[in-house]
Design a protein around this ligand. Structure first.
Ligand code: RM4
Ligand code: MN
Length: 427
């Protein structure tokens, strides 16, 4: 762990410039007629789960370049997330992926996390790979799909796996399961669109009905990959139909890289929120497809507009949903990338909170697009960095998280402790 007083000590060194910067930012936002303190409080309230599979390096099908000192167990993944959260104050939960995470003693894992101030976010099931623990001991294969499969025995294995993931999540104190399926086809004519969809809907309903009353199920869509002709849950329309078929406590999850090019994602957010079916979010960024790049690094204005819709959906404060970062860190230190992703999320949330929504509604009613644009631009061009730093400081986290991460030499310590060859489970 990184001790709280070490972080306070680092913050102390930066107060000489933080305080005047913050004072200036407060003046600017007060001049907008908005409450800067409320913006800081809202940013401080925000938290995005860290996925357990992203504390190790990712890779492509061409190779993987492990950084060293990666977590060897789920407990060690929790340790890394606890360090991330100590620095950002905004990653208070971890999202597990089963069977990449398959704890032998869930109660002990829960206690381990509790002692480090980390909770368990949505659980993720995996029926996109064959693993003895998900295929009824290797009796079936997901090569031709899981819940969509033509063979009832395969569908049953996939349902059983999802139910086991829920049971494990209950023991850990999680309250949600995210179902992302690789189900689809690679060749025209290979499968029947309607038959596949109806079988997935039936399976999701059975999984949904296994959940305790306070749980939610999130359907996560993706247009292609690994299926390259058709995916069963390919877009937000299909995801909405599937969540409606699954049951009352099923909602849709929007993953930013899972849309066809040029999709108006902020409008998708508005539609799903309008019908009360927006439940989860996976953040990352992309230039070409599902690139899993750092949040806000490629299309920051789109992210700003998305946050604006999430605030609209929440009636002025951020919509209550399961927020998670879903990236693949191929060349950066995974923790450094997660620090930057979280900072970008906090930053963009603050920018969106700088939009004068009353003035915007008024300008929209007057049909004044130029003034609407001025309102958005004024917010987007505001320097909110001191507000974000202040939100972190109020959470006991670091004014400059990446600098502190480097100053304490966390990666070096972990390479010594866990070994240069330690590689985390995941993709
Ligand atoms: C998928 C999807 C899921 C994630 C896996 C690893 O593309 O984003 O959310 O669980 O990747
Ligand atoms: Mn995802």
């Amino acid at each position: 762990m990184i001790a709280a007083d070490r972080i306070a000590e680092e913050n102390e060194l930066r107060l000489a410039w933080h305080e005047p910067d913050l004072h200036h930012a407060f003046d600017v936002i007060t001049r907008y007629g908005l409450d800067p303190d409320a913006i800081v409080a809202e940013v401080a309230r925000f938290s995005a789960a860290a996925p357990s599979w992203a504390v190790g390096t990712g890779g492509t099908r061409f190779g993987r370049f492990p950084i060293g000192g990666e977590p060897r167990t789920t407990e060690e993944k929790v340790d890394d997330v606890a360090v991330l959260n100590a620095l950002t104050g905004a990653n208070r939960t971890i999202s597990l992926h089963v069977p990449w995470d398959d704890p032998a003693d869930p109660a002990a894992l829960r206690q381990h996390a509790l002692e480090r101030g980390i909770g368990f976010d949505a659980m993720n099931s995996n029926t996109f790979q064959d693993n003895p623990s998900t295929t009824n001991g290797g009796a079936v294969s997901y090569k031709f799909g899981s819940l969509c499969h033509t063979d009832a025995a395969v569908r049953q294995a996939a349902i059983d796996h999802n139910r086991r993931v829920i049971d494990l999540g209950v023991k850990l104190g999680s309250t949600a399961i995210t179902v992302w399926l690789a189900d689809g086809t690679n060749h025209p004519g290979q499968g029947n669109f309607r038959g596949q969809f109806e079988r997935v809907a039936d399976g999701l309903r059975l999984i949904h009905d296994h959940m305790p009353g306070d749980w939610h199920l999130y359907t996560e869509h993706k247009p292609y990959e690994p299926a390259f002709y058709s995916s069963v849950n390919n877009d937000w329309g299909s995801s909405l139909l599937l969540s409606q078929a699954a049951g009352d406590r099923a909602k849709c999850l929007v993953h930013l890289g899972h849309h066809l090019p040029n999709c108006n994602i902020e409008q998708v957010v508005s539609r799903l929120a309008m019908v009360g079916r927006l439940g989860g979010f996976h953040f990352n960024d992309s230039k070409y497809g599902d690139d899993d790049l750092t949040v806000g690094s490629i299309t920051p204005y789109q992210l700003f507009l998305i946050f604006l819709e999430l605030i609209e959906a929440g009636g002025g404060s951020l919509l209550d949903a399961a927020y998670m970062i879903d990236e693949s860190h191929n060349v950066k230190d995974p923790l450094e990338d997660l620090i930057q992703a979280t900072d970008n999320l906090q930053h963009t949330l603050a920018l969106a909170l700088c939009v004068d929504r009353d003035a915007l509604a008024e300008a929209q009613a007057r049909n004044d697009p130029a003034h609407c644009a001025e309102i958005l631009q004024r917010a987007f061009r505001t320097d909110v960095r001191p507000l974000v730093a202040e939100a972190r400081r109020r959470n006991g986290a670091a004014l400059e998280p990446l600098a502190v991460y480097r100053a304490v030499g966390y990666r070096r310590q972990k390479i010594n402790e866990r070994g240069r060859a330690a590689v985390a489970t995941g993709l």
